[in-house]
Design a protein around this ligand. Structure first.
Ligand SMILES: Cc1ncc(C[n+]2csc(CCOP(=O)(O)OP(=O)(O)O)c2C)c(N)n1
Ligand SMILES: [Mg+2]
Length: 631
C-alpha cells in the first residue's frame, strides 16, 4: 500500500476515535488495551483514570446528557468490562450516546481460563444498544465509525466495542484515508426525521379542538434539543407543560405554563391531567413513576404521542395518534400546521379593532355626509368580517378562548401551591428539612447552573421542588436506571462537558458511599463542583418505605453509621463544609462556589425521621388522598 501507516490496533482505535473530535474518556486500564492508552497519550486523547469503571460509565453518561456529544468510557477484560453494566444500562434506558471500549481475551488462548476471562460479550449485550466485537485489525476504523453512528441515531444509546487482546496488540498497515469520520455522528441527534403527514393532520385535529390540553414531556425533549420549539409551541397554543424528572427544563420551571412534575409526586400536574381533554405525550416513556404505576387516568382521553422510538407507542397507552419522528422537527411541523388552522389572535384583534372603530366613526355627522366613502368602508368591513369567520371557525375560536382561561389557571394554581408550602420551604427545623435545602438551592443556583441528582430520594425531592430558570437540561438525574452512586461521577462528567457553568450534585450518603473513590478522581482532575450530601445516616428511601409498610421501628438494613463527610472530603484533599443549621446553607453554597480548583462537599445533616423522608405519599405503600403532605 502506498503511503500506508503501520501501527498497532490500539493506535488505530485511538486514531479512529480522534477522528470524531471526541471529548474525554473515563476508564481504568488493564493489559489488553495497553497499546490504546499509550496511543491516547501520544496522540492527545484525554483519558482520565476513574476508581470504578461503573463510575466511568456514569461520568460518560452525564457528559453526553449535558453536552449532547458522545460520552466515552472503557474497561479491561472481565471485571473491568462487567463493572460497566450499570452505567451502560443508564445510558441505554435514558437514550444517552455513549461508546465503551473493552478489552477481551487473546483469541489464541480464549476459553482456557485466561485470567479474568468471563462471558463478557453475553453479559454486556443486553446492557447496550449494540455490541460490536472487532475481529480483524483492518476493520477497526470502520467499526469505530459504526459505533458512533449507532450511538447517535434513532433513540441514542451506548455501543460497546469488544477488542480482543491480539487485535489491540497486533500491527497492521492502514491507509491514512481510513481514519476519516463524519462529524455529524459525534453528537445527537445526528439525523432528524419528521412524522408522516397524515399522522400530523390527525394530531392537529385533536389539538385544535381541545379546550384543556396538556403536554407531558420526558427526557427525549433534551436529547432532541427541542426546548426552544416546545416553549414557542406551548406559548402560541396555550398548552400547559408538565414533565418527568428527566424532562424538567422542557420549558423553564419559572414559565407561567409550567405545571411541574407529574406522576408519583406532583404539585398541580396530576389534577390538570385529570381535567384535560387532550394529552400530548412528548419524548416520554410513560414508565412506572411517571404514571403512578399505570394509574394516571389517561385511558379514554384523546392522546397524541410523539417519540423517535416507535417501540414506545402502545406500550402503556393503547390508543393514541402517533407521531414518529425527531421531537424538534415534529414540533416545528406541528406549530406550522396548527397555526394554519387555528385563529390567528393578532389578525383577529386587528379585525375586531377595525370593526368597532368603524361602528363608532359611522355615527359621526361628518362621516354620514360622505355617502360613497361610507359605502366603500362598509364593504371593506364586511369583507374583514368574512375573513375573520373564515380564519376562525366558531369551534376553534371557542376552544382558544377556553384554552386562554385554563392556561392562565396554571400560573395561578402554581402560585397558590407555593404559598401553601412556603412555611415548609423556609422551615428552620433542625435537622434540616429537604424542602428548605432545595429552597435554598433554588435561590442560589444561577440561571445556567446544572444540578445533578443521585438515584435515591434526592432525585425525587429535587425533581419535585427544584426550579430551573431557563429551558434546557439544567437538571440531570439518572432516571434511566435510578442507580444510587451516580451523583459524584456524573458531576465529573458534567463539569467536563460545561466547565464554565456551575455544577452542583445532590446525593444520598448511601449513594456517596458507593462512589466515594471518585472524590480522589475529581480532586486529581482539579474540578470545582459542589457535592451536597443529604446526610440522613440511612438508606433513607428504603427506611421510609419500611416505616410505611411495617410500622415505626421495624427497620432492617436501613441505617448507616453516622459519618462526617466534610471531614472525609478534607482528608481526601477536597474542601469540606458540614451544615447542621438551615441558616448556614446559603453561606456554605457560596463558599463552595469560590473554590474552582477542587470539589467541595457540603455535608448537610437532614431529618432522621423516616415519616418525613419522602416528599409525599408513595402510592405503592398507601393510597394518596387529597390534602396529603407534599414537600
Ligand atoms: C444500586 C442501587 N441499589 C439499591 C437501590 C434501591 N434504593 C433506592 S433509594 C435507596 C436508598 C439510598 O440511600 P441514600 O443514597 O443514602 O439515599 P437516601 O434515600 O437516604 O437519601 C436505595 C438503596 C438503588 N436505587 N440502586
Ligand atoms: Mg441516606
Amino acid at each position: 500500500m502506498k503511503g500506508g501507516m503501520e501501527m498497532n490496533g490500539g493506535e488505530a482505535l485511538a486514531r479512529a476515535i480522534l477522528a470524531h473530535s471526541p471529548g474525554p474518556i473515563f476508564g481504568m486500564g488493564g493489559f489488553q488495551l495497553l497499546p490504546f492508552y499509550d496511543a491516547a497519550r501520544r496522540l492527545g486523547l484525554k483519558h482520565h483514570l476513574v476508581n470504578d469503571e461503573r463510575c466511568g460509565a456514569f461520568a460518560a453518561d452525564a457528559y453526553a446528557k449535558v453536552s449532547g456529544r458522545v460520552g466515552l468510557c472503557d474497561g479491561t477484560l472481565g471485571p473491568g468490562a462487567t463493572n460497566l453494566v450499570t452505567g451502560l444500562i443508564e445510558a441505554l434506558n435514558a437514550g444517552s450516546p455513549v461508546v465503551a471500549l473493552i478489552g477481551d481475551a487473546h483469541r489464541a488462548h480464549a476459553h482456557k481460563h485466561m485470567t479474568q476471562e468471563a462471558h463478557q460479550v453475553e453479559i454486556l449485550r443486553p446492557a447496550c444498544k449494540e455490541l460490536i466485537r472487532i475481529e480483524t485489525m483492518e476493520r477497526i476504523p470502520e467499526l469505530v465509525r459504526r459505533a458512533f453512528q449507532i450511538a447517535t441515531t434513532g433513540r441514542p444509546g451506548p455501543v460497546v466495542l469488544d477488542v480482543p487482546e491480539d487485535v489491540c496488540h497486533g500491527t497492521f498497515t492502514y491507509d491514512p484515508d481510513m481514519f476519516s469520520a463524519n462529524l455529524r455522528y459525534a453528537r445527537v441527534p445526528a439525523i432528524r426525521c419528521r412524522p408522516e403527514r397524515g399522522d400530523l393532520q390527525r394530531a392537529v385535529e385533536l389539538l385544535a379542538n381541545s379546550r384543556r390540553p396538556i403536554m407531558l414531556c420526558g427526557g427525549g425533549v433534551h436529547i432532541s434539543g427541542a426546548t426552544a420549539e416546545i416553549e414557542r409551541f406551548a406559548t402560541e397554543f396555550l398548552i400547559p407543560v408538565a414533565h418527568t424528572m428527566s424532562g424538567k427544563g422542557a420549558i423553564a420551571c419559572s414559565h407561567p405554563l409550567n405545571a411541574g412534575l407529574f406522576g408519583r409526586y406532583d404539585r398541580i400536574a396530576n389534577k390538570l391531567i385529570d381535567q384535560s381533554d387532550c394529552v400530548f405525550v412528548v419524548g416520554c416513556k410513560l414508565g412506572e413513576i411517571a404514571t403512578k404505576r399505570y394509574s394516571l387516568g389517561l385511558e379514554g382521553k384523546p392522546i397524541v404521542h410523539l417519540d423517535i422510538e416507535p417501540d414506545e407507542f402502545q406500550r402503556t397507552i393503547e390508543r393514541a395518534v402517533v407521531l414518529w419522528g425527531d421531537i424538534k422537527a415534529a414540533i416545528e411541523d406541528l406549530t406550522t400546521a396548527l397555526a394554519s388552522v387555528l385563529p390567528n389572535p393578532e389578525l383577529n384583534r386587528l379585525l375586531d379593532d377595525f370593526d368597532s372603530s368603524f361602528s363608532r366613526w359611522k355615527q359621526r355627522e361628518s362621516f354620514k355626509e360622505r355617502g360613497p366613502l361610507l359605502d366603500k368602508l362598509e364593504e371593506v368591513n364586511r369583507l374583514f368580517r368574512h375573513v375573520r369567520s373564515e380564519e376562525s371557525p366558531d369551534e376553534h375560536r371557542v376552544a382558544r378562548q377556553e384554552r386562554e382561561v385554563s392556561a392562565a389557571e396554571v400560573a395561578r394554581q402554581m402560585t397558590a401551591w407555593r404559598k401553601s408550602v412556603s412555611a415548609r420551604m423556609t422551615s428552620s427545623e433542625v435537622p434540616i428539612s429537604m424542602s428548605r435545602l432545595i429552597h435554598e438551592l433554588n435561590e442560589a443556583m444561577p440561571e445556567d447552573g446544572i444540578l445533578i441528582a443521585d438515584g435515591g430520594f434526592a432525585a425525587h425531592w429535587a425533581g419535585l421542588l427544584y426550579d430551573t430558570k431557563r429551558g434546557g437540561r439544567g437538571f440531570v438525574p439518572d432516571r434511566g436506571f435510578a442507580s444510587i452512586g451516580y451523583g459524584l461521577p456524573a458531576a465529573i462528567g458534567a463539569k467536563l462537558a460545561a466547565p464554565e457553568r456551575r455544577v452542583v450534585a445532590i446525593t444520598g450518603d448511601g449513594g456517596l458511599n458507593m462512589a466515594l473513590g471518585e472524590l480522589e478522581t475529581a480532586r486529581r482532575m482539579g474540578l470545582g463542583f459542589t457535592l451536597i450530601v443529604v446526610n440522613n445516616a440511612a438508606s433513607g428511601y428504603v427506611k421510609a418505605l419500611q416505616h410505611l409498610m411495617y410500622g415505626k421501628g421495624n427497620y432492617v438494613s436501613a441505617d448507616l453509621a453516622e459519618t462526617n463527610y466534610a471531614a472525609v472530603a478534607e482528608a481526601m484533599g477536597c474542601q469540606g463544609i458540614r451544615v447542621e443549621n438551615p441558616n448556614d446553607i446559603v453561606a456554605a453554597l457560596s463558599t463552595a462556589a469560590t473554590d474552582a480548583g477542587r470539589p467541595t462537599v457540603l455535608d448537610v445533616v437532614v431529618t432522621r425521621d423516616p415519616a418525613k423522608m419522602l416528599p409525599g405519599v408513595d402510592s405503592r405503600t398507601a393510597k394518596v388522598k387529597a390534602g396529603d403532605r407534599v414537600a
